[in-house]
Design a binder for this molecule. Sequence first.
Ligand SMILES: Cc1cc2nc3c(=O)[nH]c(=O)nc-3n(C[C@H](O)[C@H](O)[C@H](O)COP(=O)(O)OP(=O)(O)OC[C@H]3O[C@@H](n4cnc5c(N)ncnc54)[C@H](O)[C@@H]3O)c2cc1C
Ligand SMILES: *[C@@H]1O[C@H](CO)[C@@H](O)[C@H](O)[C@H]1NC(C)=O
Length: 555
Amino acid sequence: MVSRLLSVSVTTTLLIIISVFIMRRLRSSLSLRDTKKPDRPDRPDRTGSSPERAMLSRRLASALPDSVILPHDDAAFKQSMGSYWAQQECEVIPACVVRPRNVQQLCTAVTLLKREYDERGKQADEGEAQGLFAVRSGGHSPVAGAASIKGGVVIDLGLFSEVTPSEDGSSVTIGAGAKWMDVSKVLDEKGLAVIGGRNSAVGVGGLTLGGGLSFFSPRFGLVCSNILSYEVVLASGSVVNASASTNPDLWRALKGGSNNFGIVTRFRFRSFPSTKIWSGFLYMPAVRPAKVLAAFHEFVNRADSRDPSTAYDDHAAGPIACFTYIQRVGAQVIAVNLVYTKPLENEKQWPTCWRTSSFRSLFRFWSTCKVRTLTSATDEMNALNPPGRRQVFATTTIKNDPATLAAVHAAYRDGIASLRRVNVRGLVWTLVLQPLLPDWVRKGDANPLGLHDCADEPLVIVSFTINWDEGRDDEFVKTTTRRTVEQIDAFAAAHRTGHRYRYLNYCAEWQRPFKGYGAENWQFLRRVSKSYDPEGLFQKACVGGFKLDVEDGEA
Ligand SMILES: Cc1cc2nc3c(=O)[nH]c(=O)nc-3n(C[C@H](O)[C@H](O)[C@H](O)COP(=O)(O)OP(=O)(O)OC[C@H]3O[C@@H](n4cnc5c(N)ncnc54)[C@H](O)[C@@H]3O)c2cc1C
Ligand SMILES: *[C@@H]1O[C@H](CO)[C@@H](O)[C@H](O)[C@H]1NC(C)=O
């Protein structure tokens, strides 16, 4: 009796904790949207601007009078700076923002930037890097400086937001600056979907060019492997299409090559009929993480093609297992996202594949799993990841090995212990595990990620997503995150349970995702860069994001 009462009160307490947590996060996202962050703290001065840079801004503004936002246009400039997801990125203040209204305007901007780059190259000493501009779509990169540049030019693709399904419903043309919510709102109405992002506020451009993990990846492959064609503005200022038949090398390179080849204005996505999906989170106390790890391992192992007795249903997406420590309440919680992308016969029941998994019997104090639109499912993800906080991501890849999963969780716990000693205000420290199955990465078009030829066994993408309140903690949190990932990598190396792949869109700035694509693919990307951008505009003038290190030695 007493123990029963005790467990009820523990449950209630945990329920309250998690509700408070979610309400806070929701509220902070809403209030940030309302007040539009005019007085975000820690804004550095704007002295990144030199006379040459001011001149460049003026030149762009006179060529494109309605499409350049300068700092003296206070409201528009602040609005633009405040519209990044990570607070650190909001603090990278450019000299101007170019927001082209059409592809022609973008070509003009790139031509001017290329001219400036060529001129400076002549004046500058050999090999000097010349950060001039950054490219931005949804602004959700967690790496500061990936989609903005101090004292430089931001090319903001926000007005390239079209979502146009083809007449036969087999493809959809989507502007690079669209967000996934723009896409699903149009497609939900039509009973269509694309292999796209899982979070409504994330941008189409960055996610698609970095690889892309979708609820539909088990059925169709990675997001990048489902792009029929790209429209790209090259360093020369000209526009080309890249598809299986035109510029096929560029087409392949863009499937994971990020911003290294040109500026993509729009994508033609494969699409398919889709109505509602079953999706949601299970919230659990963090007292028995081993049970969650075991359920994760068991489910992912169903996809192990070396074991013919298990069958994997490719309408199931996830599990995405999130282990979170919340400093404000001094407690941990586990949330697991489960998805099923086929209509259910009985909407009240869990889909068979999940009902027969160990997740079904794990103790939970809350479940949000239900049948809903894709828009609703992606909004749920978004509500858990509000903008306006200091952020860091880092990632690694392991095999679906129980001992390594346990070591990952131990590293996560060690991280909490060292962060606790310093009391990082507002810290939310999250470990995320998600499967990456050999069968998924082989679906769709070939890409240079180096996963097609990976060992024939399930992989697990391990990522950390950390956020906190104050700039003074930046270095400490980053260092701790790095040390945590390195601890996992050391374990995996010693037990031969690691994998070289690092998902570019989850990488920290110190990581080198292209190295993880394998020497041959890395070499291929460098070759394509040399042929479409011989002077290296996108290597040396567009410095943000992950670069190919064209001039470094061999892999
Ligand atoms: C809350 C959250 C949820 C996420 N969920 C998912 C998920 O479900 N699946 C997944 O795969 N990833 C996910 N990610 C990771 C996401 O893919 C990356 O953050 C991605 O960079 C976001 O793209 P963006 O356009 O919003 O970012 P931006 O910051 O605008 O761009 C990111 C990088 O791409 C480059 N780039 C962007 N657009 C173009 C273009 N048109 N041409 C050339 N270069 C370009 C930029 O220069 C920059 O370096 C998530 C991230 C966050 C923060
Ligand atoms: C690229 O393809 C689109 C759609 O097929 C077409 O409208 C456009 O003219 C093409 N652009 C170039 C530069 O060939």
